[in-house]
Design a protein around this ligand. Structure first.
Ligand code: NAI
Ligand SMILES: O=C(O)C1=N[C@H](C(=O)O)C[C@H](O)C1
Length: 265
């Protein structure tokens, strides 16, 4: 039987790609979309979806979740909206697969508790690209040997959150294998505010935003007489689709929240 899926944010860069992936996947069925406009229309009424895209569009989340019997809810929107959507999906027993980034630790914790209480699977993955997940794992391994590290993430200039969810997750994984350390010179001073980047447990994160970029990250380690750079580049949004597919399949068998694809690969 096909897995029935609702997608939020179908007109977005990721949402559009995900809708096409769902239509192209034999055991997936798109039952509806959530948008903040176009209520009552069909996906095929929108630009870029000509043809067979007959899923209905809702703007009211409660109405959508009550009328459509879905198995999985995929959120690709913006942080405050994605958080509300994820809560509502869990309350309706629909398993969220969330790509939206920018959640606070408190929000993540609250969603974790709710998923546990509802015994409903939920995956929140800051990055669905398998290469990016490997980059994060390799960075965690390297940090045990190289405690001095800086993260440089580079994204398109329409991105709302900084640092990226991937950079934050990378820093959290590095923190698990690296002793807390304030890097750089004790007396270093910024003569231009922010020039040394954001401070996460003593390591620095730098966020670059430029047109022409998609999603890129370098994790640079430094030791005596050597550096090690681990780099990942997403050239387009197709790079995230295999990860979403995997999450949709795996979330069906979960009864708790998993944060990060590295925990289920
Ligand atoms: N986990 C991953 O691998 C990836 C995650 N992302 C994240 O996914 C999110 C979306 O990214 P993009 O598609 O590039 O952004 P985008 O700006 O192209 O799309 C966001 C969409 O959300 C929609 N939206 C806003 N409010 C809404 C509401 N109330 N209800 C329904 N839809 C609403 C907008 O209309 C827009 O279509 C971001 O948080 C981004 O960081 C992006 C790429 C990969
Ligand atoms: O907004 C994006 O584009 C991306 N967001 C995610 C993040 O914040 O890490 C994943 C990927 O980097 C693309």
């Amino acid at each position: 039987m096909a897995i029935k899926i609702i997608v939020a944010g179908p007109r977005g860069r990721m949402g559009k790609e995900a809708v096409h992936m769902i239509y192209d996947t034999a055991d997936f069925e798109l039952t509806a979309c959530l948008d903040h406009k176009n209520d009552g229309k069909k996906l095929s009424d929108l630009e870029g979806f000509s043809g067979d895209f007959n899923a209905p569009i809702y703007t009211d989340i409660e109405k959508c979740f009550s009328e459509q019997q879905a198995d999985v809810f995929v959120d690709l929107t913006i942080p405050e909206v994605g958080y509300k959507h994820t809560k509502a999906a869990l309350n309706h027993g629909i398993r969220p697969v969330v790509g939206t980034t920018g959640y606070t630790n408190e929000q993540l914790e609250e969603l974790k508790q709710l998923a546990k209480e509802k015994q409903t699977g939920c995956i929140i993955a800051p990055n669905f690209a398998i290469g990016a997940v490997l980059m994060m794992k390799f960075a965690k391994m390297a940090a045990a040997y190289f405690p001095d590290v800086e993260i440089i993430e580079k994204h398109h200039d329409q991105k709302l959150d900084a640092p990226s969810g991937t950079a934050k997750k990378t820093a959290e994984l590095i923190q698990e294998s690296r002793k807390s350390k304030k890097q750089g010179h004790d007396d270093e001073e910024e003569t231009i505010k922010g020039v040394r980047g954001g401070d996460f447990d003593g390591m620095r994160i730098h966020s670059m935003r430029l047109p022409g970029l998609v999603a890129h990250q370098e994790v640079v380690f430094g030791g005596a007489g050597q550096t090690l750079t681990i780099q990942h580049d997403s050239m387009n949004r197709a790079s995230f689709m295999d990860g979403i597919k995997e999450c949709v399949h795996q979330v069906m068998d979960l009864d708790e929240l998993i944060y990060g694809l590295e925990n289920i690969l």
